[in-house]
Design a binder for this molecule. Structure first.
Ligand code: SIN
Length: 494
């Protein structure tokens, strides 16, 4: 077993996919690499289209029984699964850190975040209310029923190997849908461990939740094109999301997309600078800069630019970088070499445009994909770093003069997921929030994610919302029951 993994229950680290309640081996395998060391953790089975189709068939068979049971029975199943996740949280966190790289403290946080979606949607299972509408004619009654959409296909990313799964499977199972999940092949062990615990709960019947690990293309093709899949949910890059969403239209599936962001983080002259620096650290350096809601470009007003930059650089230079399984780290590795190269390209491009590094600005020597936490000043607004998601530990600071200029810069581009602003002026907080074309705005905070609030973007950052009561909507269809009444024998109608 991998150095330092030390699991209380080693059987949670398994490479078998879950199809129709059975653990499945495959002919081919995919190696899973620890990005902190470059060493192999193990091999997982590489399922193909045939296994994905078997999983879809199993989910279709399981659907009528699962949707027919009382919501409180589904609630009990989700709560039992959640209990098992929390009881095994340390093992899950260690597996997550080994394959994803985030420091153990962040991995523990993610496991609790993941469990919170099961708790929230277990509670919401009982609240999938419909409507009764006053009839448009005296002899008509209108009832709007809410029904599960059916079999859900889901593809989840490597940056949150646990929470992005429960954020989809929680609402799906709560309202009576069944699911086939394809987790990222870079971080499949966490998903498979969660699946083991779902089976262990003994309250989620075979076929209700299937996990199919493998290369993206063959499995993705089934999940986006099989007519039995009625809803498709994806978290990942905008380019891939657009392509998968388009494929779903051949069978007109419901589609939820949680795609890339390019979050502006605006610091006005009247901000509390200490609070703004801490918020920037929390947002920019969460998961080593590898979240869709990480601040991507820091827009700082000229009156506080130098003070903010110096204070931020001082704090960033103190961040401990290393293997999350070995001691207290603040920053882990990037997920792979390609991610490291992208960060290097962004920093080189910013430098070519006149930026300089107050701290960091280079990859770290030795094993693993580590990049030094970096603060760049004098970044040009048209630098790559401002136009594309960097997905790495690089805070690039752009100077601005006026509120209107900040709003203009922030709204540039096509992304619209998260944005942040720091000010002590309440009028400005509302004015700028309303002007920002983003699905989420953090005001004087760098952390906005919670299971109780709707997470999602506008423009090219996605469709639909996850978490909160809105998170149920994407898994429910409306059905109108238009009831015609017989004429009133007493002649009172009309
Ligand atoms: C993401 O990066 O896609 C999700 C981040 C979060 O839930 O905060």
């Amino acid at each position: 077993m991998l150095d330092g993994l030390d699991l209380a229950r080693p059987e949670l680290l398994s490479g078998q996919s879950l199809i129709d309640g059975a653990w499945t081996d495959c002919e081919r395998v995919i190696p899973v690499i620890n990005p902190a060391t470059g060493r192999k953790i193990g091999d997982v089975g590489d399922c193909g289209a045939h296994d994905a189709e078997r999983a879809v068939a199993a989910a279709s068979r399981a659907l009528p029984g699962w949707r027919a049971i009382a919501p409180r029975t589904r609630q009990a199943a989700l709560l039992r699964w959640r209990e098992l996740i929390l009881a095994n949280a340390e093992d899950l966190a260690r597996i997550l850190t080994a394959e994803q790289g985030k420091p153990l403290v962040e991995a523990r946080g993610e496991i609790h975040y993941a469990a919170s979606f099961l708790e929230w949607f277990a509670e919401e299972a009982k609240r999938a209310y419909g409507d009764i509408i006053p009839g448009h004619q005296p002899d008509k009654r209108l009832l709007v029923l809410r029904e599960p959409v059916g079999v859900v296909g889901a593809i989840t990313p490597w940056n949150f190997p646990a929470a992005m799964i429960t954020r989809k499977v929680g609402p799906a199972l709560a309202v009576g849908c069944t699911m086939v999940l394809k987790p990222s092949e870079l971080t499949p062990y966490t998903a498979l461990a969660l699946a083991r615990l779902a089976v262990e709960s003994a309250l989620i019947p075979p076929g209700v939740f299937n996990v199919v690990v493998g290369e993206a293309e063959p499995i993705g093709a089934v999940l986006t094109q099989d007519p039995r899949v009625r809803k498709f949910s994806f978290t990942g890059s905008t380019a891939v999301g657009k392509m998968l969403g388009a494929r779903c239209m051949s069978t007109v599936k419901r589609v939820s997309l949680e795609l890339g962001g390019n979050a502006p983080f605006i610091v006005f002259d009247d901000a509390d600078l200490g609070q703004a620096v801490e918020g920037a650290i929390a947002s920019k350096f969460r998961n080593t800069g590898q979240t869709c809601v990480c601040a991507n470009r820091l827009l700082v007003q000229s009156g506080v630019y130098s003070a903010f930059a110096e204070h931020l650089a001082e704090r960033v230079s103190e961040l401990a970088v290393g293997d999350g399984l070995k001691g207290q780290m603040d920053q882990g590795p990037l997920i792979n070499e390609a991610a490291l190269r992208k960060v290097e390209r962004h920093v080189e491009d910013a430098r070519a445009g006149g930026a300089s590094a107050l701290t960091g600005g280079h990859a770290l020597p030795g094993e693993g994909c580590f990049y030094a936490p970096t603060v760049l000043v004098d970044v040009a607004p048209d630098a790559l770093l401002c136009r594309e998601e960097t997905f790495g530990p690089v805070a690039g600071l752009v100077r601005f003069e006026t509120e209107a200029e900040a709003i203009g810069l922030a709204n540039e581009g096509t992304a619209g997921l998260a944005s942040y602003l720091y000010t002590r002026d309440l009028d400005r907080a509302f004015r700028v929030t309303e002007a920002l074309r983003y699905g989420m705005v953090g005001v004087n905070t760098g952390l906005i994610s919670t299971e109780v609030a709707p997470f999602g973007g506008v423009r090219e950052s996605g469709l639909g919302r996850e978490g909160a009561r809105q998170g149920l909507d994407d898994y429910l269809d409306y059905k109108l029951m238009c009831l015609g009444l017989a004429p009133d024998p007493g002649g009172r109608s009309g």
